[in-house]
Design a protein. Structure first.
Lengths: 381, 263
């Protein structure tokens, strides 16, 4: 791809952050060029194509926020280069410009002033923020009278009201209650469906699966892994592959089914000792950048309690899934403790551990069948 | 078109910051913007009351009363503007950490916009002064035009100091706390509330070099005496203003990259 096909190109990006403020005095005086610093980014290479949203996973202190601030041009890079091709909406530390003595409306006005929103657009955008944040009469009250959730709603509504070509997003999608989260998600997807590109940095791997096709892992200032979102999430989680604990699932790596036709899934469960075993199964659909949904999930049901090999069969009269690739997870556990409701896990096959199973559904596209996300996407196009 | 590393659009940024700072400053108080007018008036009143009516200060060869009050306010008004500008500019980076940390801005626009906030007390005290002058039967002469270059030089000097302070306050937080006391010391050591002739002879020459005194004279003398102070003073404060502004800007830009992570 030529460079113009990219929204963001960062090359060998290094960023140092000063360790103590007072030493900057000598730089200010012109008596020193450097101060004691911590190397937060150690040569990061990153390319984001136009229309693409990538996830950057990392633990606290990995350099995620510094990376975003450097890409946004807030921190100058100490070496390396950043090229950003489009106008940037920085969605981090939402409300950072705030002053909790302002009313919701005054905050938004300040926001528009800072971002130099044209006069003729302000009335319309203000109404949009007001409607989206759903604060009612509180919109004209001081922010300090708001609950945490209300504040988050105001900030998110203001920060996303202006359409941008590039979004730099930092851990913001966990704001508000479930209703508002769903609303925030759909607003972001709307923006992305409009062709926006961006980076989502987070330690919330499920957010990466919901929004990004590809992802990176940032560790100690370096990109250590790059790949499709699910692969990267698996590596990020670094969950140890579960050892069978008295019972074991034996299955082919892949199942198949035909949309609308009867479905049979077969696998074996081996009980290495006399132990009561129950099984549960889920089928998940992972549609990168659009969503990650559990489309089928059954309750735990009893398998057996004596040593031996058992064949299990899941049967459905009609495969309620439209054509596509699915992920199958199988869980073996002891029966729930009648008092605590807890189960002891005996064996697990799941994509999050890297030992999961897949299922390929073939057949015609069936809009009446799951996954729902696919239908949503068709409407959007 | 660029000037000292500023581009045309930076003027709009500065203007927007100025409006934002004004709105922010008085939000959260019930009377809001009314305070920006009331504050300088209250200060002018208390100083006038203490100096003109308690101490019964008067100028050599004149009676206490209105003429002293006018003389006092013509010096004190600009000083209130200076104090407001310096305080506001010094805290402009540290106090707006949210903006500095989250917005890709030309950071030096912030102290400049903050320094402009002195224009409010200046406008208020000048309006008050003009009312008093008219009550005293005053008519302007062409000399008042001298206020413009003097005011610009003073503004440049104060803005330069403000840019320097705004960076220093982020490294040494204590400076912001000490600043109000420093301003009081400067006020009382500058011949603003008393004539320069009241200063001990040994210190008089030093006092006459004080840029705040000179700028004050260039506002006071044309207004009240319909004359001009010695021209070297204006030259001196203009040079000083240019050097301070340019030097501070240079120093500020050396540390600018560190500021978002230091606030």
């Amino acid at each position: 791809m030529t460079d113009t096909a990219y929204a963001i190109i960062a090359q060998s990006l290094r960023k140092l952050l000063p360790l103590e403020r007072a030493s900057l005095f000598w730089v200010w005086l012109g008596r020193a060029r450097d101060v004691p610093c911590l190397e937060v980014l150690k040569g990061v290479d990153l390319k984001v194509a136009k229309g693409e949203m990538i996830g950057v996973l990392g633990h606290n202190g990995a350099g995620k926020t510094t990376l975003l601030r450097t890409l946004a041009g807030i921190y100058p890079a100490d070496s390396g280069s950043v090229a950003v091709n489009g106008d940037v909406g920085a969605l981090f530390e939402l409300g950072g410009f705030g002053n909790r003595h302002l009313t919701g409306r005054a905050f938004v006005r300040k926001y528009f002033l800072l971002f130099e929103v044209q006069k003729e657009q302000r009335v319309r955008l203000m109404r949009e923020v007001e409607e989206f944040a759903e604060l009612g009469d509180y919109f004209d009250q001081k922010i300090l009278t708001y609950s945490t959730g209300m504040t988050a709603r105001l900030y998110f509504a203001a920060a996303t009201v202006i359409e941008r070509e590039i979004y730099l997003i930092d851990e913001i999608l966990s704001v508000g209650d479930e209703y508002f989260q769903a609303k925030s998600w759909s607003r972001l997807r709307e923006r992305l469906a409009g062709g926006a590109a961006g980076i989502l940095v987070t330690h919330d791997w499920s957010a990466v699966l919901k929004l990004c096709r590809t992802a990176r892992i940032l560790e100690d200032g370096e990109i250590v892994r790059e790949g499709t979102a699910d692969e990267v999430v698996r590596d990020y989680l670094k969950l140890p592959i579960p050892e069978p604990n008295g019972a074991e699932i034996i299955a082919e790596k892949s199942f198949s089914a035909v949309s609308g036709a009867p479905m049979h899934l077969e696998f074996d469960v081996v009980l290495h000792k006399d132990i009561e075993v129950e099984v549960s199964l889920s089928i998940e659909h992972l549609q990168f950048g659009a969503g990650w949904e559990i489309v089928l999930l059954n309750e735990y049901s009893s398998v057996a309690s004596t040593r031996g090999c058992y064949r299990l069969r899941v049967e459905l009269d009609r495969t309620p899934l439209s054509a596509g690739n699915y992920l199958v997870n199988i869980f073996l556990a002891s029966p729930a403790d009648p008092l605590t409701g807890q189960r002891e896990t005996l064996h697990t096959r799941s994509w999050t551990y890297g030992n999961g199973l897949t299922m390929q559904v073939t057949g015609e596209e069936r809009p009446d069948l799951t996954p729902f996300m696919t239908r949503w996407q068709q409407v959007a196009s | 078109m660029t000037f000292a590393g500023f581009e045309r659009q930076d003027a709009r940024t500065i203007w927007n910051f100025f409006r934002m700072l004004l709105r922010d400053r008085f939000m959260g108080s019930r009377l809001g913007a009314a305070w920006s007018v009331a504050n300088p008036l209250l200060l002018l009143s208390i100083y006038t009351f203490v100096f003109a009516f308690i101490f019964k200060s008067r100028l050599p060869g004149s009676e206490p009363g209105l003429s002293y009050t006018i003389w006092l306010i013509s010096g004190l008004g600009p000083w209130l503007a200076v104090a407001e500008s310096l305080t506001s500019a010094a805290n402009s980076i540290h106090g707006n950490a949210g903006i500095v940390k989250n917005l890709a801005i030309k950071a030096e626009c912030l102290p400049i916009a903050a320094a402009m906030s002195g224009l409010i007390p200046l406008a208020v005290s000048f309006s008050f002064l003009v009312v008093l002058l008219i009550a005293d039967g005053w008519a302007p002469s062409w000399h008042v035009l001298a206020i413009v270059p003097a005011g610009l030089a003073l503004f440049g000097f104060v803005t330069g100091l403000g840019i320097a302070l705004s960076a220093l306050v982020t490294f040494f937080r204590d400076l912001g706390v000490a600043l109000p006391s420093v301003l009081i010391i400067i006020l009382f050591s500058t011949p603003i509330l008393y004539p320069v002739t009241a200063v001990p002879r040994a210190l008089q020459m030093l006092a006459e070099l004080n840029p705040f005194y000179i700028a004050g004279q260039w506002i006071r003398v044309p207004l009240l005496d319909h004359a001009l102070p010695p021209v070297w003073g204006l030259v001196w404060i203009s040079v000083l203003a240019g050097a301070t502004f340019w030097g501070s800007l240079l120093a500020f830009r050396r540390v600018k990259g560190y500021l978002p992570s230091a606030v």
